[in-house]
Design a protein around this ligand. Structure first.
Ligand code: AGP
Length: 609
């Protein structure tokens, strides 16, 4: 979702902020813009196309300066258009904004009464005019900004520049992420560290409701009450190369093939002979889970699917009841919190608005502790949770979550073993066996990836379909959901995942020879049941695509394609059987010519509700 970059330097900042903007493209956007301060005047250029078009415009028309801000917009208020695109300008001020100003209508009406005329349909222009309005009764822009921010409700990350303060970048956050990058004689702001890695690796993370005044040699941070906050800088654990496609055609493809190494990273120095090391979970103590009686997981999208798998594992391995909710549902239902409950959030980005809001709500609801499973150290979820388990997938740029998902699953499995040890629900021998299985995961992942060509061939049959069902049973049911989500989000083929046993309760009505049915069918205890469901589809003429284990090969025929995959320990099946489904979605999307890494209407980091 929207991306912000800003810079103040003693050199032309346009190339820096445009590079930063390109590096934020993965977040999803529909228009882009830049504004620099050049000879005491704003120079603002916009496009409703890609950042590359903006870069060309900057080359053709010229846009430079020592101070500048830029933005990629994901429309919330008003259509994608150059008028609605940021930066917005009002008098001496230019502003870019991520988030939603919820009381913008009331504020707009008040400002209109005072004579303000609005050019765009955006809530951002309302915030800008409000700051501009408060300049009249303030001694400084800082004072005006604080007055305006104390008046708005909703979420924001902003970067603001003033014609009469050539070296000063104003920035603030509440509910949307923002980092300050520290250079030598120059400083930067951005929505995330990836944007700024070509220019710095040292960052200050703004906390909720903080305002920073950034000049070339100084960062002053304060709260919304104007009181000074002392901040510490941190080094980023990513490098600039994290967002290069290398020899791959798409980030998603690269990220699928990175899974053996991302899983290996997730495991590094975390396993002993019969236990998962305590320090795997930051902040955890030896007896943190000793009295644990209930687990509540909350997440969105793919991360929610990981949570659903987690439920099967937690209940099987720790014998603790586990509930899983979609974050946008959890935050508006009246959850009953059991005794000694652990609240777990799962998120690749650590900034998903509904997940973050659920965590904040949970903190008022009587949970004993909160834990987040997250891929981004320093993100809001990490900073606000009691315990953190970092997934270490590395930067994930493709909108479709792949390596983040499989490392989330592995993290959930490790967490289940830690809880099981503290609760005494598994013998040391059983834990040892499971850990030996887990050690095989990266190499088994390579074997599953080696089926890429077979899956490409399958995709060429598949890509012209308009609908598709994915079936799985038990712990493979959430994997069927994930397979369907992956296919629909990047290839735009309508797909639904079902628990195979549910077929006869409704979806079977859809089965005919035009309805492909993908079945996730590893060899496990539910195989017999699944075979009956497969027969139900076959009997109605449905076309079957079965992902099967070598051990228990199901019979192929004219109606049935079987892709047999390496045998693997049952506990690893949800992680490994995800891989062919990712590849299927990827190849269908490429064949259909969609924008694989930035599919239409989607954002990587969903920072608004
Ligand atoms: C998955 O492919 C999607 N990009 C989406 O469902 C994603 O998992 C969801 O928006 C949650 O994001 P998070 O993990 O960053 O919280």
């Amino acid at each position: 979702m929207c991306g912000i970059v800003g810079a103040t330097a003693q050199r032309n900042v346009a190339p820096i902020i445009l590079t930063g903007l390109s590096r934020l493209e993965y977040r999803g956007y529909d228009s882009a813009g830049i504004c620099t301060l050049e000879n005491d005047e704003f120079n603002c250029l916009k496009t409703t196309s890609k950042v590359a078009t903006l870069i060309n415009k900057v080359k053709e028309r010229g846009c430079k300066g020592f101070l500048g801000i830029a933005h990629t917009r994901w429309a919330t208020h008003g259509i994608p258009s150059e008028t609605n695109a940021h930066p917005h300008i009002c008098g001496n001020l230019a502003l870019v904004h991520n988030g939603i100003i919820e009381n913008f209508k009331e504020l707009k009406a008040k400002l209109q009464e005072k004579g303000y005329v609005f050019k765009s349909e955006t809530d951002t222009e309302v915030l800008l005019c409000l700051i501009h309005y408060h300049q009249q009764d303030s001694n400084s822009l800082k004072e005006a900004l604080l007055k305006a921010l104390n008046e708005v409700t909703g979420s924001y990350a902003i970067a603001l520049i003033n014609k009469s303060e050539p070296g000063v970048l104003y920035t603030a956050r509440s509910g949307s992420p923002l980092v300050i990058g520290l250079g030598i004689g120059e400083n930067f702001v951005a929505s995330d560290v990836l944007a700024l890695l070509p220019v710095t690796r040292r960052f200050i993370y703004l906390d909720e409701q903080e305002v920073a005044i950034v000049t070339t040699d100084k960062i002053d941070v304060c709260g919304l009450d104007g009181k000074e906050h002392i901040k510490k800088a941190q080094d980023a654990d990513l490098d600039a190369e994290s967002i290069s496609k290398g020899s791959f055609d798409h980030f998603m493809q690269k990220e699928i093939f990175e899974q053996p190494s991302s899983l290996r990273n997730t495991l590094t120095e975390r396993l002993d002979d019969d236990s998962v090391r305590l320090e795997t979970v930051i902040g955890l103590k030896k007896d943190s889970f000793k009295d644990l009686q209930n687990i509540q997981i909350v997440a969105c999208g793919t991360s929610f699917h990981a949570g659903l798998v987690g439920k099967y594992w937690f209940e099987e391995l720790t014998h603790i009841p586990c509930n899983v909710d979609i974050a946008s549902e959890y935050r508006y239902r009246h959850a009953v919190v059991g005794n000694n409950s652990l609240f777990i959030t799962i998120s690749q980005s650590g900034e998903t608005a509904d997940t973050l809001a659920s965590l904040r709500l949970a903190k008022t609801q009587g949970y004993k502790n909160s834990l987040c499973i997250c891929n981004v150290n320093g993100s809001s979820l990490v900073r606000e949770s009691d315990f953190t388990l970092l997934t270490r997938a590395g930067a994930e740029i493709g909108v479709a979550s792949t390596k983040a998902f499989t490392t989330q699953l592995l993290s959930l499995l490790m967490l289940a073993l830690i809880i099981a040890e503290q609760k005494g629900s598994l013998t040391a021998q059983k834990r040892h066996e499971l850990i030996e299985s887990i050690r095989q995961l990266p190499s088994l992942c390579e074997k599953f990836l080696s089926k890429d060509k077979d899956i490409l061939a399958l995709a060429s049959e598949f890509a012209d379909k308009h609908h598709c069902l994915f079936l799985g049973r038990g712990v493979m049911y959430p994997i069927a959901l994930e397979g369907a989500l992956k296919l629909k989000e990047i290839s735009y083929i309508h797909a639904e995942g079902y628990a195979a046993g549910e077929l006869k309760h409704g979806p079977i009505a859809l089965i005919d020879r035009n309805m492909p049915v993908v079945v996730v069918a590893p060899d496990n205890a539910l195989m017999g049941k699944l075979v009956s469901n497969i027969e139900e589809v076959r009997a109605r003429g449905g076309k079957l695509y079965i992902f099967n284990s070598e051990e228990h090969v199901l019979k192929a025929d004219t109606q049935t394609k079987v892709i047999s995959l390496s045998d693997c320990p049952e506990i690893l099946q949800p992680i490994l059987f995800t891989i062919p489904l990712q590849l299927l979605a990827y190849h269908c999307a490429v064949i259909n010519g969609t924008d694989v890494d930035q599919p239409r209407n989607l954002a990587k980091s969903v920072t608004v509700e």
